[in-house]
Design a protein around this ligand. Structure first.
Ligand code: CMC
Length: 432
């Protein structure tokens, strides 16, 4: 690795330090470039900009590698569950049995949504988009638990364990309540004795006199789904959480901002769009040819949903795991879903199509996740809400890195201004 780099402007050279990450990732440290040269780095969308140093997740998009805290996603998917992985992502190590027990207890003790907070739901139209509801209701946690949300890093870090447990556990309960609210059904309260995912399914699907008992395959599939979404490096929503957190905003507010970012169809909203696409192909009796042809037009609105990724130039490792899991779950539950066949055909067709091959566009995590959620009985408009529950540990871990970095600065990128140059104000009666 070179130890120095430089920028040459005309015949003057400015040395720049070089950085190396623990997996050999290289960067040129340009923090002093502007003060020394007057130039900034231009990188629209930050595709080539390292905005932080992080110890949470390693992602190598060229080789399809994803690791949480050093552990390969494939091993965690096979051997861990969502709560254990959440602990790992947040605290950096796999928990000891005692730590796992204490963490589980804290999640159970902080699962319920307070009566006053429940009243917020009634302010929403029943047909409100679930992600819009989730954003507002999670943001309201900063007011209902203001002692944990002081907007002072030192104080908020002292209460971090409790705030983190609430952020995961209550977000899950809020998600289930949104589902019930939209169905016009009474809320089902969390049960202390149920594990995290079983409790989630109970709060969604139990009825006042008929308790839903999750099949082990169903609980396992939900665990896998949430675990695979637990973190994903500096994606749009996580960068948003870090940006908002860098202003010393508390954990709940920062997470609510992350949920806003996740709601967009190019990010978390893609999972619902995939299922709609597969359903349309099915309803039209098509084999996907029309969608593939439209996607190749280059228009953003016609993209093949569930394909491509901002950083993977190889198979998204999560898509491999989830594609296989979708088949297993459907088999175990005895469900024959024609959408899975359509998805497989679409994947095969794109693997032979030069447009997709040359651009290295492969299925991403969202391509098969919708099929699993559908098999679990979760409606399409709730898919991104489940993604948000799964991503909460990653947002929490990234907020914690920002809050505990004594040398951290507020996130404040620069720009190249391309608007009008200076001009004088014209009174309204003199304007054409
Ligand atoms: N369908 C058709 N063409 C595509 C697609 C797609 N899904 N994705 C990218 N392209 C094209 C793109 O138009 C560009 O073409 P050209 O070189 O001719 O201009 C080329 O492929 C390279 O695109 P890119 O620079 O890799 O894409 P990007 O970084 O701007 O966007 C993306 C990444 C995920 C927003 C995009 O691939 C996309 O819109 N995919 C569909 C939505 C989707 O599935 N999103 C979920 C992402 S995974 C969940 C998450 O982590 O948020």
């Amino acid at each position: 690795m070179p130890h120095t780099a430089s920028v040459k402007l005309d015949d003057k050279e400015f040395p720049l330090p070089v950085m190396q990450g623990s997996e050999g990732e290289l960067a040129i440290d340009t923090r002093k470039l502007r003060t020394e040269t007057g130039y900034i780095c231009y990188d629209q969308g930050y595709g080539n900009t390292g905005s932080c140093e992080s110890k949470v997740t390693f992602l190598d998009g060229d080789n399809g590698i994803l690791r949480y805290r050093g552990y390969p996603i494939e091993q965690l998917a096979e051997k861990s569950d969502f709560v254990e992985t959440a602990y790992l992502v947040i605290y950096g190590e796999l928990p000891t049995p005692a730590q796992r027990k204490a963490f589980g207890l804290l999640l159970r003790q902080n699962a319920a949504v307070e009566t006053q907070m429940q009243r917020i739901f009634e302010g929403f139209p029943v047909e409100a988009p679930p992600m819009a509801m989730l954003t507002s209701i999670v943001a309201s946690m900063a007011s209902h638990h203001s002692e944990l949300a002081t907007n002072n890093f030192e104080k908020d870090l002292q209460n971090f364990d409790l705030a983190a447990a609430m952020a995961i556990s209550k977000t899950r309960t809020i998600a289930a309540m949104i589902y019930r609210y939209q169905k016009g059904k009474p809320y089902i309260y969390p049960k202390q004795d149920l594990p995290f995912c079983e409790n989630f399914l109970h709060m969604m699907f139990s009825e006042p006199y008929k308790e839903y008992i999750a099949e082990p395959e169903v609980a396992r599939a939900l665990n896998l789904l949430l675990l695979l979404h637990a973190d994903h490096e500096q994606n749009c929503s996580t960068s948003t959480v870090r940006t908002v957190g860098s202003s010393a905003a508390n954990l709940f507010t920062s997470i609510a901002a992350g949920i806003c970012a996740l709601s967009g169809p190019l990010h978390g909203g893609a999972n619902g769009a995939v299922l709609q696409m597969l359903q349309t192909i099915h309803d039209e009796g098509d084999d996907g040819t029309r969608f593939i042809a439209a996607a190749k037009s280059g228009s953003k609105s016609n993209r093949l949903m569930g394909f491509g990724h901002a950083v993977y130039r190889n198979f998204d490792p999560r898509a491999r795991i989830i594609g296989k899991a979708a088949e297993d779950v459907l088999k175990k539950l005895g469900i024959k879903d024609p959408l899975l066949d359509i998805a497989r055909n679409l994947e095969q067709a794109t693997l032979k199509d030069d447009y997709f091959v040359s651009r290295k566009l492969y299925p991403n995590v969202d391509f098969y996740s919708g099929i699993i959620m559908r098999a679990l009985g979760i409606p399409t408009n709730m898919f991104t809400v489940l993604f948000a529950v799964g991503r909460s540990p990653g947002w929490i871990a990234n907020w914690h890195e920002v809050a505990s970095n004594a040398k951290g600065r507020i996130y404040r990128p620069r720009q190249i201004y391309v608007g009008h140059t200076k001009r004088d104000y014209v009174p309204i009666d003199q304007r054409a």
